[in-house]
Ligand binder design. Sequence first.
Ligand code: ADP
Ligand code: F6P
Length: 323
Amino acid sequence: MTLKRIAVMTSGGDAPGMNAAVRAIVRAGIHQEILVYGIHRGYAGMIGGDIEEMDLRSVGGIIHLGGTILLTARCPEFMTEKGQIEGLRQLRRESIDGLIVIGGNGSLAGALVLHQMGIKVVGVPGSIDNDLARTDMSIGVDSALNTALYAIDKLKDTASSHGRAFIIEVMGRHCGWLALEAGIAGGAEMVLIPEQEVSLEEVAREIKDSYMRGKAHAVIVVAEGARYNAQAVAEYLTHEQVGFEVRVTTLGHIQRGGSPTAYDRILATRLGVAAVDTLREGKSGVMVGQQGRTVVATPLEEVLEAQRPLNPFTLRMAEILAR
Ligand code: ADP
Ligand code: F6P
């Protein structure tokens, strides 16, 4: 089947690099003489028919921009059959032959539904959480990691000046990848992640031990999905108990913005072009992911069912280097 019209959308939590992926998809499609349509506001825009043709100028000067020019949304309505049928109807109304969904595990679950309803769909992993399997990295992760690291380095300066312990919360939803990597890169004394059960008593012991060993400060990086969030850890650690005064910083949505790193721009471009190629090959219901030096198309069912365990060697590194 010759592809005549494809649509691209960004969905779920936005991520730096999404614009680079949209740019690559539009340019690769037009290069193959395919009309490319942009769906605004994710599945909400699909249901609302907020779909318009894009051209080369639509994606000029955006590769370095954070966020997404197509906007994004969380759309409970698309979790319903009624919403899904309306979304399908809107795609049919625009005679869309193929769809590319850029987003995280929720967005790709929506893409699978559309595939099962007969739309040719390819998913592109875009989420700062890095919780999608079958791709080494998702778009936005490297940028979010560097944003978190930039903040941790700054907080270490003031922690040292005042001799304080800083509890720093990073995003990641239920995944500890960002916290673990940022903790290692930032030289944290401890990293608390959902994947490892650590008691508050253990945290207190570790931080007091750092103090007794004469450390100028202490940094604990906490994943937002960990057993105890940053606020709970800070409330438990008293100055008298651990030696340091304690302060808390929750990085929050700053990790979702900013200009994408070179890594994310190149990953996004590579996956965007691969997504168009994959549709042209007649494939559907797959996600294109970077695996080593190659891009691999994996069935969405496999992607969404697979676990993405943290690397045991990385966990061991965090343990050793925090001493
Ligand atoms: P992310 O894609 O970043 O994980 P969400 O989990 O919020 O973000 O998912 C984005 C959107 O995808 C949701 O708001 C909803 O519209 C759609 N979605 C999520 N899960 C499903 C599902 N199981 N079936 C259909 N649509 C879904
Ligand atoms: O999935 C990306 C993410 O940033 C998570 O890390 C975070 O928990 C969530 O989105 C925040 O969602 P929202 O932007 O809707 O507040």
